[in-house]
Design a protein around this ligand. Structure first.
Ligand code: Z5A
Length: 212
């Protein structure tokens, strides 16, 4: 590798854990520190596939469960060339949800195994760090009501949380659990420290493949 690559950092967590808030702050603080950083989120609702997903999430259309799982995965794969280009140019990617949400949400539905759900995402660029923002349902409730999108119910979110816990048992991925009940600034300080250290570790390593 001619120049140092950027790091791939993913934020995951349940509804209202603060992922979007923290992704935005992290990109700002990387840039303030003179490091190139770019924010991405999945689903990316701007693409043709993303628009189908968005309509499904907003309950404006229905899609068969396997089909929508594959669309979420396709929405990541369509952005892989851009992701690799940015990483190789030295830009750190901060990503709001990734394949782990894909697996946790679909496998929380009846009759879906974690193994089946992982399949379409095997080989995606592997994150150098996955920050899991942990928040209890009570603390999440203090941040406002659920929204009106599909999946935004307490029973479904509890099943999703259980699936995330199963995924975090695997040590092939660099998971770090963050106490998301702290103040926005405290959470940010923890995340920033772990992210800068992940960048230093990643700079001279090739981009690996997820779950392979
Ligand atoms: N999905 C899927 O099924 N398959 C897939 O492959 C993928 C996703 C990638 C996308 O939702 C849905 O698609 C999602 C998973 C599914 N369904 N659900 N649920 P989205 O990405 O468009 O939206 P979201 O991820 O659900 O957003 P969120 O979880 O509701 O929010 P958040 O990003 O974690 O939190 P936030 O917006 O930063 O903050 C929420 C509020 O809390 C806000 O008022 C903040 O000001 C406040 N906040 C944040 N941090 C704090 C702290 N520390 N203290 C106090 N208040 C705070």
């Amino acid at each position: 590798m001619a120049c140092k690559r950027g790091a791939l950092i993913v934020l995951e967590g349940v509804d209202r854990a603060g992922k979007t808030t923290q992704c935005t702050k992290l990109v700002e603080s990387f840039r303030e520190a003179g490091r190139a950083a770019h924010l991405m989120r999945f689903p990316d609702r701007t693409t043709t596939i993303g628009k189908l997903i968005s309509s499904y999430l907003e309950n404006k259309s229905d899609l068969e469960d396997h089909t929508v799982h594959l669309l979420f995965s396709a929405n990541r794969w369509e952005l892989v060339p851009l992701m690799k280009k940015k990483l190789e140019e030295g830009t750190t990617l901060i990503i709001d949800r990734y394949a782990f949400s894909g697996v946790a949400f679909t496998s929380a539905k009846p009759d879906f195994s974690i193994e089946w759900c992982k399949g379409p995402d095997v080989g995606l660029p592997k994150p150098d760090l996955v920050l899991y923002l942990q928040l209890s349902p009570d603390a999440a409730a203090q941040r406002g009501e659920f929204g009106t999108e599909r999946y935004e119910t307490s029973s479904f979110q509890q099943r999703v949380e259980g699936r995330f816990e199963q995924l975090m048992d695997e040590n092939s991925v660099n998971w770090q659990v963050i106490d998301a009940s702290q103040s926005i600034d405290e959470v940010h300080d923890n995340i920033k420290r772990l992210s800068l250290s992940a960048l230093t570790a990643a700079e001279h390593r090739p981009i690996a493949e997820l779950w392979r």
